[in-house]
Design a protein around this ligand. Structure first.
Ligand SMILES: [Zn+2]
Length: 856
């Protein structure tokens, strides 16, 4: 007897072949009623069929056997969504049809099947990945079980019903309409979706889209659909061109959901989004929002091939979905909108994920899945960010054409089926004609960032020969790991001639031989390899000096982070880091500036008391601020538009620049006077600053602004501003805004993040959350609550660490997945504490005195 635990694998005893679901969905009802007929294939005679159904009230179940005989089944629900159907006598091997009648509650938090109200009308949405489908209908809720779905939905007249495929018929049934949908291709349960409500539906011009495409909004928001309708066909064509496979499904609906826990979800043919990532004012949307909408749309579209057409066999292979969707999102947006330079955003993301991957508590990309918490944990920066970096490394190492041919072979071989990493490897190796597995395995199955150092071979005074050494990954507890690291070094000789050399490090040390001495060298050409690197002091100085003129944008964007890793490893000190940072701050690229500012923010707790540190930062940022001005300019490039908020906010905050602070606060207050007409880009920049020192009247105006926000971008700025108050008597009323009816579950992190990021308000946030924890969880649900410890990722002193540990000490405050997240956050705080302690003295040494600064 095995215990009834929905987290245990179902095994091969029963396999679904086809589902027919008849659902009764009403946004104003509190439960769903349904009838399912699931054709299953039984491997051997058995009295029991195990599947999933969480919180379902099953009032009738039976099995229809070949020949038409039916037998009653008893339904038992176990823990974690286990469902066992038992017959009095064994069911025969072969095909059996299960018929199940059930009801289940409709949730009020954005998980599973849930209700949302918008402008006083009711809507229903679903979010089934990873384990939510079992809460809505009885099913074999594992990604490896793909089967076609025939769905019909009975819903009130006046509602539109959306599903994975097109509606093929509607018929009246009393007060309701019954919508009948085309049968789907084989789908795993987590990709099934429905939506019901009085939607606005905007259809794309069929001349422009390769598929029937619609953007769907809650009533009254159709005017915000145009941007997505313009950009989606272009992204689809880019993805079709890269994969060589036409869009695999019959239609595509993109739905803006008013309350959505994740960013978006790639349900087959019915992608759901947070409104702000889909519904943009076509004239005025901030460039930042345009870029991120395009990235997220591209990501979800890429899943139609990676995850939907070819589905991972089990959750430990989630990287086959997410790493590829993340890599492809970059390729597609780069092809369609090169002005955003999202390839460099990917470099920044790799840098961030390397910081995470250097924790001893980091996961490997492919981690055994033992329970539901492990499934939820798999959706982290390692699977997405590190996964995408590894895919990109693989592509660079094999050559893009070979890599793409391998991926195309994989897609066509497993279309509408499932796949494992071994299947991808077989396809890549067939194209490459050489083993790929030894390289890939190290990065997939082991946590940690390999570290590679170059040093002149002993006795080689001309510096032509370098030992290339692979070190134990930072943080990794296991030192026995097997790694093959493809290293590509780019170097330039004294005459300015550039060349690259590759070393495949399959042992701890290799050798690099240069034909002539190098003027400078970069140990990771184009930043396409997933490793940290270190150079001897002379080479590092030469590289830093060459950075402005000789390094590619990707290399410049990554440079502050590599040096930061050396700082954390205590191989350089804060004075050395700041010296290079000072030079890099002359770089006009937004992502270089952003990377340096991130380091400066992290060093701030170690800075000496007094104005010297902030004055030094202000002196470095001021030239950028002068160049950019305070408001967007006509015909301004994307780089400057995206740089402005980063520079100005850092100048006002880290740089403590009173003039900038006052000017932004003033812009913010002005925007509140006529909020509907305010420029959303200015609002996003200035509103939070207006809230820093804002009094009660600012708080009240923000509340009123939320009610009239004309676009999701306006709304987002208000949420951020509400959480940004720093005046003692206003901080908590900002947090309490979370319980306003106009603030949604999805807004929790945007609201609390500003306080979490600022040392002066973080303690207050912890005390508030301690008091309000249960009420917060009731509104957001357990899946979101598991991520709460992340708010303290920037904490940098012991007392704060103790506060966080105490806040989440009770087991009830560690929902599935939360345990690991808390451990990672606490380890990260320990790292910050160590760094602050050891950088303090060198930082003091670096800073010139204030008199010198005035002359800068
Ligand atoms: Zn994804």
């Amino acid at each position: 007897m095995r215990p009834l635990d929905g987290h245990a694998r179902l095994g091969a005893a029963a396999r679904p072949v086809q589902y027919t679901l008849d659902l009764h969905l009403d946004p104003d009802a509190d439960c769903l009623r349904g009838e399912a007929r699931i054709t299953v294939e039984l491997a051997h005679p058995t009295p029991e069929v195990h599947l999933h159904g969480e919180g379902l009230r099953i009032h009738h179940a039976l099995a229809r056997l070949p020949g038409g005989r039916a037998t009653e089944l008893t339904a038992n629900l176990g823990q974690n969504g286990a469902l066992c159907l038992t017959a009095a006598t064994p069911l025969p091997a072969g095909t059996v049809e299960l018929e199940i009648h059930w009801r289940c509650p409709i949730g009020q938090v954005p998980e599973g099947l849930y209700a949302v109200r918008a402008d006083d009308e009711g809507y229903l949405f679903t979010q089934f990945e990873p384990l939510g489908a079992r809460r809505a209908f009885p099913c074999f809720d594992e990604p490896g079980f793909k089967a076609p779905f025939s769905v019909s939905v009975r819903a009130p007249r006046g509602c539109t019903v959306l599903a994975n495929t097109a509606a093929v018929g509607r018929r009246a049934d009393g007060e309701d309409l019954v919508w009948v949908f085309e049968e789907t291709p084989p789908l795993p349960t987590y990709l099934v979706a429905f939506a019901v409500g009085p939607f606005d539906v905007v259809t794309a011009d069929s001349d422009h889209s390769p598929v029937p495409l619609r953007v769907i909004t809650t009533r009254g928001r159709a005017r915000l659909a145009r941007y997505a309708l313009q950009v989606t066909p272009r992204l689809l064509k880019a993805l079709e061109a890269w994969t060589g496979v036409p869009y695999p499904y019959g239609k595509l609906d993109l739905v803006g959901v008013p309350d959505f826990a994740a960013g978006a979800m790639e349900n087959v043919g019915l992608i759901t989004f947070r409104e702000r990532l889909l519904l943009l004012d076509p004239e005025r949307a901030p460039v930042h929002d345009r870029m991120w909408a395009e990235i997220v749309i591209a990501h979800e579209l890429a899943h139609m091939w990676f995850g939907n057409l070819v589905t991972m066999a089990w959750w430990d292979e989630l990287w086959l979905n997410e790493a590829f969707a993340t890599h492809l999102e970059t390729l597609a947006v780069q092809a369609v909108s090169p002005q955003f330079e999202v390839n460099l955003e990917a470099v920044r993301e790799t840098d961030r994920v390397m910081g995470h991957d250097a924790l001893a508590q980091a996961r490997a990309i492919r981690q055994p899945i033992r329970d539901g918490g492990d499934v939820l944990n798999a959706f982290d920066a390692i699977t997405y960010g590190k996964g995408a970096a590894v895919v990109q490394m693989l592509s660079a190492w094999l050559g893009e054409a070979t890599f793409r041919a391998g991926v195309r072979r994989y897609l066509s071989r497993h279309a509408h089926g499932i796949a494992r990493t071994e299947d991808l490897l077989a396809a890549l190796e067939a194209e490459a004609g050489r083993p790929v597995e030894p390289v890939l395995r190290g990065f997939l199955d082991q946590p940690g960032v390999p570290r590679v150092s170059l040093a002149p071979v002993a006795g080689d005074r001309r510096r032509w020969r370098y030992a290339v050494t692979r070190h134990r990954p930072a943080g990794a507890a296991d030192t026995s790991g097997r790694w093959v690291v493809p290293v590509t070094v780019r170097w330039v000789d004294d005459l300015g001639r550039a060349a690259t050399q590759r070393v495949e490090l399959d042992r701890p040390t290799g050798e690099l031989r240069l034909p002539a001495p190098a003027a400078w060298m970069h140990p990771n050409d184009g930043e396409r390899g997933y490793y940290r690197w270190h150079l001897p002091a002379a080479e590092l100085t030469a590289l830093a000096r060459a950075s402005a003129t000789a390094l590619s944008a990707a290399e410049r964007v990554a440079l502050p982070g590599h040096l930061w890793a050396l700082l954390e490893a205590e191989q350089i000190d804060a004075a050395e880091w700041c010296t290079v940072a000072q030079a890099l701050l002359g770089d006009p690229h937004r992502l270089v500036i952003e990377a340096v500012i991130e380091g400066l923010t992290q060093l701030t707790p170690a800075a000496p008391e007094g104005p010297v540190w902030s004055a030094w930062i202000a002196s470095r940022l001021q030239p950028h601020a002068d160049r950019l001005g305070r408001v967007p300019r006509v015909n301004e490039g994307a780089n400057d538009r995206l740089a402005r908020p980063t520079v100005l906010r850092a100048l006002a905050d880290l740089g403590a620049d009173g003039a900038t602070r006052a000017a932004l606060a003033d812009l913010g207050r002005q925007a509140l006077l006529d909020f509907r007409r305010a420029d959303p880009e200015v609002v996003a920049l200035a509103l939070p600053v207006a809230a820093w020192d804002g009094d009660r009247s600012v708080h009240d105006r923000l509340r009123a602004a939320l009610e009239v926000a004309p676009t999701p971008a306006h709304r987002q700025a208000v949420i951020t501003a509400l959480g940004s108050a720093r005046a003692d008597d206003r901080i908590e009323s900002g947090f309490e805004a979370f319980f306003w009816p106009t603030v949604r579950a999805q807004d929790l992190f945007a609201l609390l993040r500003p306080a979490a990021d600022h040392p002066s308000t973080r303690g207050r946030l912890a005390r508030w959350l301690d008091r309000r924890y249960d009420a917060v969880v009731e509104k957001v649900g357990l899946e979101t609550a598991a991520h709460l410890p992340r708010l303290w990722a920037k904490a940098a002193d012991r007392a704060e660490r103790d506060q966080v540990a105490a806040l989440f000490e009770s087991a009830q405050r560690r929902p599935p997945g939360g345990e690991r997240i808390l451990r990672q956050v606490l380890e990260g705080i320990d790292r910050n504490v160590r760094l602050t302690r050891w950088t303090r003295s060198s930082l003091a040494r670096f800073l010139p005195d204030v008199d010198d600064l005035r002359r800068v």
